[in-house]
Design a protein around this ligand. Structure first.
Ligand code: PLP
Length: 368
C-alpha cells in the first residue's frame, strides 16, 4: 500500500506552497498561443449566440443569491439524464465535486484505490485528505486485469475514469458492473469527464447500484470549461450524504442560466454538438495520420475515445527532439507519463502544423 505523507511540518507545507506558486507562475508564463495541453476544445460557441445569452444574463437579479439547492436546474438535469432529482448533485466543475466526494468519504472510509495512470488531481486530493491509497495499473493499451485489482476487505473509495486521462481509452460497462458486484462495500466513482467523445455512460447504473457515483462535466465534451459546471449522479443516500459537504452557492446564477439554455435551447445544443463532432472527426483523422507515420515502430499512438491522443516513444531522444521543436514553435503539449506526449485536438490549422512537426522530428531523430 502506498502511504500518504504523515502530517507535514509547517516548514514543509510552506515549501510545498512555494513550489505550487512556482508551477502556477511557469504555467502563466507559458500561456502561449497554441494550447494543446489541457484538453480544452479549440472551438467556441458562435459570437451571436453568446451575445444572446449575455442579454439573458442582464435580466437576472444580480443582487440576489442563486437558489440554495439549485432546485429547478437539478430537476431539469435529472430529467435530461433519466434519473430522479434526488439522484443528482450539481457542482462548480467536476473538480469541485471530486473534492467534495473525497472530503466527505475520507470521514468514514480509511482507504482509496485509484488507477494508474489517472487525472493527477486524484493524487492531490488523496494527499490533501490524508487518505492512504493503492493504485490499479492499467496496461499501456488501456486494458484492465481484474486479477490485479487491489482486493480490499475494508471499505474503500475506488476511482476510475472513463475515458481515461491520459490514455484516452474507455472502460467496458461489463467491467464496471463486475467490480460493483464484487466489492459492494466500496464506493465507486466513475469520472466521465470525456464520455461525450465516446459512446455510452454508466449513469443509468446508479438506479441499480447504491455504491456508485458517476461524475460529468461541461468542460470537455461540451467545450464550456469557463462556465464551471459539473454534476454527479448517484443513489439518493449517497447524494444526501454528499450534500452535507456542499459549500453554499457553488453553482452561480449565470452558470445556471447557461446550463439551462444548453438543455432547453436547441440552438445552443446544436452549436455544442457541431463543435464536438468537428473535434471527433479531427481526432480520428490525426490518429490515422500518426498511425501511418509510426509504422517504423519508433513511436506508437493510442486510439482515443476522448479529445486527445497519447503518443508513446521508444526512444527518449526522439521525444526530446520533438519537445524542443514544439517549444520553439510555441506549441504547448503535455508530458503526463515517461516517454509519452499527450496532444489535445486543436483546430485543423493547428493539427496540420503539429503533424508537420512530428513528421519532421521523427525523421530528424532517425538520422541522428
Ligand atoms: C479525468 C478528468 N476529470 C475531471 C477533470 C476536471 O474538469 P472540470 O473541473 O473542468 O470539470 C479533468 C480535467 O482535465 C479530467 O481530465
Amino acid at each position: 500500500m502506498q502511504f500518504i505523507s504523515t502530517p507535514a511540518s509547517l516548514c514543509r507545507a510552506a515549501s510545498d506552497f512555494a513550489s505550487i506558486q512556482q508551477t502556477l507562475l511557469q504555467e502563466r508564463q507559458s500561456d502561449l498561443p497554441t494550447r494543446l495541453h489541457c484538453n480544452e476544445t479549440a472551438f467556441d460557441l458562435p459570437h451571436a449566440l453568446k451575445q444572446e445569452l449575455a442579454l439573458k444574463m442582464a435580466d437576472l437579479a444580480w443582487n440576489r443569491y442563486p437558489d440554495f439547492y439549485n432546485t429547478e436546474l437539478t430537476a431539469l438535469m435529472a430529467q435530461h439524464v433519466g434519473v430522479l432529482p434526488e439522484n443528482i448533485l450539481l457542482g462548480n466543475g467536476s473538480s469541485q465535486l471530486i473534492q467534495q466526494i473525497f472530503s466527505c468519504c475520507a470521514k468514514f472510509l480509511s482507504a482509496a484505490i485509484i488507477e494508474h495512470p489517472t487525472f493527477t488531481f486524484y493524487h492531490q486530493v488523496c494527499h490533501n485528505e490524508r487518505l492512504p491509497y493503492q493504485t490499479w495499473q492499467i496496461a499501456d493499451d488501456g486494458s484492465y486485469d481484474l486479477d490485479t485489482f487491489p482486493a480490499t476487505e475494508e471499505p474503500a473509495l475506488v476511482v476510475l475514469t472513463s475515458p481515461n486521462n491520459p490514455l484516452g481509452t474507455a472502460l467496458p460497462q461489463q467491467l464496471i458492473e463486475t467490480l460493483l458486484l464484487r466489492y459492494p462495500h466500496c464506493i465507486f466513482v466513475i469520472d466521465e469527464a470525456y464520455a461525450e467523445f465516446a459512446d455510452g455512460t454508466a449513469v443509468s447504473l446508479v438506479q441499480k447500484y447504491t455504491n456508485l457515483l458517476v461524475i460529468k462535466t461541461l468542460s470537455k465534451g461540451y467545450g464550456l470549461p469557463s462556465v464551471r459546471f459539473g454534476y454527479l449522479a448517484g443513489s439518493a443516500e449517497l447524494v444526501q450524504l454528499l450534500k452535507k459537504f456542499t459549500v453554499p452557492f457553488t453553482v452561480n446564477s449565470f452558470t445556471e442560466l447557461i446550463v439551462n439554455e444548453l438543455i432547453t435551447n436547441p440552438a445552443v445544443s446544436k452549436a455544442v454538438r457541431i463543435n464536438r463532432e468537428r473535434v471527433k472527426n479531427l481526432r480520428d483523422f490525426v490518429y490515422h495520420q500518426l498511425h501511418d507515420m509510426s509504422s517504423d515502430d519508433s513511436f506508437s499512438v493510442q486510439a482515443s475515445a476522448a479529445n486527445f491522443l497519447l503518443l508513446r516513444f521508444e526512444d527518449d531522444l526522439m521525444l526530446q527532439q520533438l519537445k524542443s521543436m514544439f517549444d520553439s514553435n510555441q506549441i504547448v503539449v503535455s508530458y503526463p507519463l515517461p516517454n509519452c506526449l499527450r496532444l489535445t485536438i486543436g483546430t485543423e490549422v493547428e493539427m496540420s502544423r503539429v503533424l508537420r512537426i512530428i513528421r519532421k522530428g521523427v525523421s530528424v531523430a532517425a538520422v541522428v
